[in-house]
Design a protein around this ligand. Structure first.
Ligand SMILES: [Zn+2]
Ligand SMILES: [Zn+2]
Length: 377
């Protein structure tokens, strides 16, 4: 028995999907979170280019106030981008860009800017009326913002935290934003070794696409090496270690060293099927997890664990349209009571992070059948 069985709650609404473009959420599923910045989880993280001085001045004109130096410093280095949250190891902030009209590409990338997100933030009546939102952590429940002095209209230096999870509406966020951003950059010296092939996971199609694995300068807490990749998904163990390189997951050394598991062994087979022990161990101890709200479960078929394909948003549309896909969709719609085709289409069209329902899809390694389940926030 493992004493500390914890679902890493921080993962919850967070990174269900590597951001694509922002679309309005289908009304049927409710807006959970919104994402401003397109980025590719599988690419080596390259920060966006600096915001040209003219764009900063244009924003200051619209705000009728000067940006505090700490923010100006951020934008002068990079117009938006993501960086680690020094208070939460698995947390990540998305800094909103300043609208940049210098070329079409930048215009498109920065269309959803600080002003756009401040308008959205103000729709929540708990958000301070004089606040200017500057970053979120993939949901509007947690934001960083700055405040205007009500008397002078000037924007104060302090970076503040709005956190609907802990009922903090304007808490000092002491961490220096600039330092936090620098800390998150991958040092040149830690680029992945191109000669070292990434391990294959039999039961997991692509941990980079699902977001649990990412490029990073961080050292593996098992082997101590900075391989250029780090795992940031769940790991159930007594200790706090959970950031491992793909190799230490694949060869079982992380699970053995810290006596933990990535996926709940009891959930392998989803409680319906009892699988041979070596298969259960491979899924629970040598296979990455995926971001979910509830404790993850692993679909099984043909007396074997299925291969995790991803959240519905990451599943090839041709596969969904295939015979196996249609059978899976029919079952799923029945279980989730999505009777109308319009509602189903809305779900397909809504990025996973904007839904309060996630659909995890697996494929049988033997007969090709698709299966999985719906997860609710
Ligand atoms: Zn390692
Ligand atoms: Zn099968």
């Amino acid at each position: 028995m493992r004493a500390a069985r914890k679902k890493n709650e921080r993962n919850a609404p967070a990174i269900l999907e590597g951001a694509r473009t922002h679309r309005e959420a289908g009304a049927a599923f409710g807006i959970l979170s919104l994402d401003p910045l397109a980025f590719d989880m599988t690419a080596t993280f390259a920060p966006p280019p600096p915001a040209p001085e003219a764009t900063l001045r244009a924003l200051e004109e619209k705000l009728a106030a000067a940006l505090p130096p700490v923010l100006r410093g951020c934008y002068a280095a990079s117009n938006g981008g993501r960086f680690g949250d020094p208070r939460q190891r698995d947390g990540e902030w998305q800094l909103y860009p300043v609208f940049d009209s210098s070329d079409r590409k930048q215009m498109k990338r920065t269309a959803e800017d600080v002003l756009h997100y401040t308008r959205l933030a103000l729709q929540d009546t708990r958000f301070p009326r004089d606040g200017i939102s500057i970053a979120h952590d993939y949901s509007m429940y947690r934001q960083l913002f700055v405040r205007r002095d009500p008397a002078t209209g000037a924007i104060a230096e302090d970076i503040l935290l709005f956190d609907a999870h802990t009922d903090q509406w304007s808490a000092p966020y002491a961490a220096d934003l600039r330092a936090a951003i620098d800390q998150a950059r991958i040092p040149e010296a830690v680029q992945p070794d191109p000669a070292r092939a990434l391990p294959e996971f039999r039961y997991y199609a692509d941990p980079f696409e699902s977001g649990v694995m990412r490029t990073s300068g961080e050292s593996c807490q098992c082997c101590g090496q900075a391989t250029g990749y780090i795992y940031g998904g769940s790991f159930y163990a007594i200790g706090d270690e959970s950031h491992f390189c793909p190799w230490c997951i694949a060869d079982g050394s992380a699970a053995a060293k810290f006596d933990g598991e990535f996926n709940d062994a009891a959930g392998v087979g989803m409680g319906d099927v009892e699988l041979p022990l070596p298969i259960v161990q491979e899924v629970s101890q040598r296979t990455p997890s995926f971001f979910s709200w509830q404790q993850e479960r692993w679909w099984a078929h043909c007396n074997d664990a299925g291969r995790f394909i991803g959240e519905l948003a990451h599943v090839d549309r041709a596969l969904i349209a295939s015979q196996a896909g249609r059978e899976f969709v029919d079952t799923l719609r029945e279980e989730t009571h999505i009777a109308s085709d319009t509602d189903w289409q809305a779900l397909l069209d809504t990025p996973s992070r904007e839904r309060d329902l996630a659909v995890f899809v697996f494929r049988c390694l033997h007969c090709g059948q698709l299966g999985g389940y719906a997860d609710y926030s």
